[in-house]
Ligand binder design. Sequence first.
Ligand SMILES: Nc1ncnc2c1ncn2[C@@H]1O[C@H](COP(=O)(O)OP(=O)(O)O)[C@@H](O)[C@H]1O
Ligand SMILES: [Mg+2]
Length: 260
Amino acid sequence: MSLVEMNNIHKRFGEVVALRGVDFELDDNEVVGLIGDNGAGKSTLIKILSGVFPLTEGEFYVKGQRINPNRYSVREAHGLGIETVYQERALGVKQSLWRNVFLGRQPANRLGFINVKEARQETETIMRDFLGFTGGGVSPDSKIRTLSGGERQGVAIGRAMYFEADLVVLDEPTNALSVKEVGKVLNFIRQVKERGKSCVYISHTIANIYPVSDRFVILDRGAVVGEYERKSISESELVDVLTHHAVKAEQESRTPPRDD
Ligand SMILES: Nc1ncnc2c1ncn2[C@@H]1O[C@H](COP(=O)(O)OP(=O)(O)O)[C@@H](O)[C@H]1O
Ligand SMILES: [Mg+2]
């Protein structure tokens, strides 16, 4: 049984067709690199998987459980062990770090009120053990807007680790991370793999994706156009394949539609 099985997924936003019949599978303890040009549909696919958007057509299963598209939500995805670190910073920028870590799932006391003390302490632990924030002015009460892009990504990753997600989805930020920050993300993916969990990693940078992925799935204009096991393709061959698709897409966008 696959961890995730998505069949014939279509997604339209009004006139825009973002996905046109995508099949996507993910095994237990597998890291998949999801690649493709801007607008290929990568973020849309993982947003359907993590309960942000409903699909237009198709079906999918998580841990063998058929997902009811009318009821599926981010909360339900969390319940199934899916944690997503979004490209756009989904973190509330005006909020404190600790509120963010426990967003939507605050540790509550007997009366159901949020246990602030415990949330702060746990955040402190996450910062120290998972994020390597030591000293340096960042505290559980720091506002998210005072953190760098990489630190924000780190908070989201820390959240995924803390809740021991079975599947972590990483949609790489469009703004470049520093070399050190990229290193942290890659280490995190390696840890996910070592713990027997799974990961979908979206990145433009093949040099980052290549060493940590077991398999690559290439999306082009809403369709899967290639799938490769890492052991069957070298990094430079993968770059060539992507270049080939990019050139083809470019040519097709310049070719006027034929009348015949
Ligand atoms: N919320 C949305 N509303 C309308 N169109 C969208 C929305 N999200 C994505 N799209 C469109 O869907 C297509 C795929 O986008 P996306 O999944 O973000 O691609 P990628 O992540 O591969 O760059 C694009 O044409 C994009 O403009
Ligand atoms: Mg995207």
